[in-house]
Design a protein around this ligand. Structure first.
Ligand code: FRU
Length: 489
């Protein structure tokens, strides 16, 4: 179905209760509803927003269009949790109900100040010629979770030299000063990020562009994020317009990071290394991080991408968020590990050890459509070995390691209903290892694979049939030893 502009910009309170109920019924009947991921009750979810720890809870919001699986009038939807695993529905967070966010409460971040949670976000507006005018706005949440907007935006003008693609403020505090970094497009249509400073989160001073060595790297940088860990400065962003290169940059848009020395402020000089993709899978975009009370840095991403149709669209909803990951820096690289608290979801434990030689094998106790599995594969001379999951007699999602080419591959060409196949149906990365440690989270319609303790991550949606619950292990042309642990969820 083609959505008209009028349908896309309809507010949820303009829709009848019957229609919303009918939509919710279609959504709930969808065979691909997730069991342990954050997903919208109806409509479309995209970027994580306002990820923060405040008043004893993690707060997480997401971009939400309630009325269908399209990018329409965006709200912030609110969920909260004590443990990053069990999330409580906290209802709509920010509604696009002011002049300054009339066409969407777009992405932004949150920070505690004076005992309250300040949320800085982009108010998206369109004029009568449908020209975009972005405003940077503030909404303040108190200890009862009541959210009140400031009447006026705190940054009303796009500075000279930039287009109206100016959005997604991420705030942090250094000493007594707040900084915000905003995703931007220069007039010459290259992407960049712009920094402002403030002492009170309301009066902002333009400092200028973040000075990186990537002066011509895509046409727009969305969802920037800056934080520090030990002596490192880490800048995460989602550049649009990067061409595929071998196994790299294969998705429609990318998300990645630069690591360097701490940013000098207010000069904004950033000396950094190469751009690295955060995720090697098919469906990952616009991540956001926050600092946990124990000092660890946690990241959540959107498990989806813009401009691609997903099979759940037919059932009136699209997308979910990734499981939260802990970030650390090792040898100039970000290491990403699932948060430990996910262990709370573990139910029955199964263990299997096996040496496979030129065979494909499954084990009665290992099957499922929603589980966590750890598989260590060692002592191999097999040319290619791995795991087939969410499999039945004809379908499978395959994780394989080719020890000749030293490549780890995720193949969803035969997973089930196709998605985004114009961007290919395998993703791969180079990996030189003599022991493979695969930590896998499988949900009804997704796989998140953490490789060798977080050196690489592959995040992907898959759309298999409900009976695809087999797990098979294989070793071709040689031997491989598998040590498997699995927990039902
Ligand atoms: C990224 C993005 C942001 C924007 C939001 C709108 O996916 O395009 O740049 O704020 O989504 O939903």
């Amino acid at each position: 179905m083609e959505w008209t502009r009028e349908q896309r910009y309809r507010r949820v309170d303009e829709e009848s209760a019957e229609n919303i109920e009918a939509l919710a019924m279609r959504v709930n009947a969808c065979p691909w509803r997730q069991s342990f991921h954050i997903q919208p009750k109806t409509g479309l979810l995209n970027d994580p927003n306002g990820f923060s720890y405040y008043n004893g809870f993690y707060h997480l919001f997401y971009q939400w269009f309630p009325l269908g699986p399209v990018h329409g009038l965006k709200y912030w939807y609110h969920v909260k949790s004590k443990d990053l695993v069990n999330w409580e529905d906290a209802g709509i967070g920010i509604e696009p109900d002011h002049f300054y966010d009339s066409h969407g409460a777009y992405s932004g971040s949150a920070i505690e100040h004076d005992g309250k949670l300040f949320m800085m976000y982009t108010g998206n507006t369109r004029d009568e010629n449908w020209t975009r005018h972005p405003y940077q706005c503030i909404a303040i949440m108190d200890q009862t979770d009541k959210i009140t907007k400031l009447e006026q935006p705190v940054i009303s003008d796009v500075p000279n030299g930039y287009t109206d693609h100016f959005r997604d403020p991420k705030v942090w505090k250094q000493g007594e000063t707040f900084y915000t970094v905003i995703g931007a497009q220069r007039q010459n249509e290259t992407g960049c990020a712009v920094i402002y400073s403030s002492l009170n989160l309301v009066d902002w001073k333009l400092e200028g562009e973040l000075q990186t060595s990537l002066n011509d790297f895509g046409y727009m940088w969305e969802c920037p994020d800056y934080f520090e860990q030990n002596d490192n400065g880490i800048f995460i962003f989602s550049p649009q317009g990067i061409e595929a290169k071998g196994d790299l940059y294969r998705n429609i848009y990318q998300s990645g990071y630069l690591i360097g020395r701490k940013l000098t402020l207010p000069e904004r000089q950033f000396e950094h290394g190469d751009f690295h993709e955060l995720d090697r899978g098919f469906d990952f975009y616009a991540p956001q991080t926050t600092l946990a009370p124990d000092g660890s840095r946690i990241l959540v991403g959107w498990m989806g991408l813009p401009e691609i149709d997903y099979p759940t669209d037919e059932n009136g909803w699209a997308h979910c968020l990734t499981v939260p990951r802990v970030l650390t820096v090792e040898n100039g690289k970000l290491i990403q590990q699932p948060v430990k608290k996910l262990e709370l979801l573990r139910k029955n434990e199964h263990q299997v050890a096996a040496v496979l030689e030129n065979e494909v094998k499954s084990f009665n106790e290992l099957r499922g459509t929603s589980y966590e599995m750890v598989c260590e594969i060692s002592s191999f001379n097999s040319e290619e070995f791995g795991i087939e999951l969410r499999a039945n007699e004809t379908k499978k999602t395959v994780i394989s390691y080719n020890s000749t080419h030293k490549k780890l591959v995720l193949d969803r060409s035969n997973s089930g209903k196709e998605v985004g196949s114009e961007f290919g149906s395998t993703r791969a990365c180079h990996l030189d290892t003599d022991k493979l440690f695969l930590h896998i989270f499988v949900d009804t319609s997704s796989v998140e694979l953490f490789v060798n303790n977080g050196e690489e991550v592959f995040t992907s949606r898959i759309f298999p049939e409900v009976d695809c619950d087999q797990i098979r292990f294989f070793a071709k042309n040689g031997i491989a030893t598998f040590d498997i642990q699995k927990w039902d969820y």
